[in-house]
Design a protein around this ligand. Sequence first.
Ligand code: DHB
Ligand code: MG
Length: 216
Amino acid sequence: MSESNVLLTAQHLDYIASHTRAEDSFLQELKAAARASGIPAIWISPEQAGFIQILLKLCRARTVIEVGTLAGYSAINLARALPADGCVHTIEINPAHADFAASWIRRSDVAGRIKVYRGSGRDLLPALPIRDVDALFLDADKASYPFYLREGMRLLRTGGLILADNAFAFGELFATQPQDRETTAMRQFNELIATQTGLQAIIVPFGDGCWVAVKE
Ligand code: DHB
Ligand code: MG
């Protein structure tokens, strides 16, 4: 532990959670319905969502890309930080997840600010007809994060953000015998983004660790 850091405990994290703007009932219902549909409960935490919203407001984001829609929880949070004419372009490879997300997004307060794309980030990112992107949020297959990072460097405006979930590798960052098949990929990505030219990147310890990086 470096000398200026307090060692974070579960109590600190609970304290942060209890001092974060509460989630509304719509997002609570979305999560309950997602669980009931068998969608894995791996959405971002409210603290992570709130932090990302502050970053998007600070950089006055209008155009955001998300890879990995899952249930639509993060897309709705991202869209709520954008102006009325902003758009979250969110990509989901799993058709059942895309259907679930699209139906909840349609009924949300930000339906007009989210476009759901069905397919893989590898296929869709290179074909998206948008430029000068303000932020790219990665929360999908970890083995493809290096590809998404390269695409992000091409698509982002100067001062744009790359956000990438799961820097702590599902809690297995320091495990000697990791159980998750994506842990190695996440560790490799951490080394890659930390030294990416033209990007200042840092891990923020919310949820499972979130990379926050700004294009220079
Ligand atoms: C898991 C968690 C995530 O946030 C994710 O993007 C993928 C997998 C997990 O806990 O397995
Ligand atoms: Mg994730």
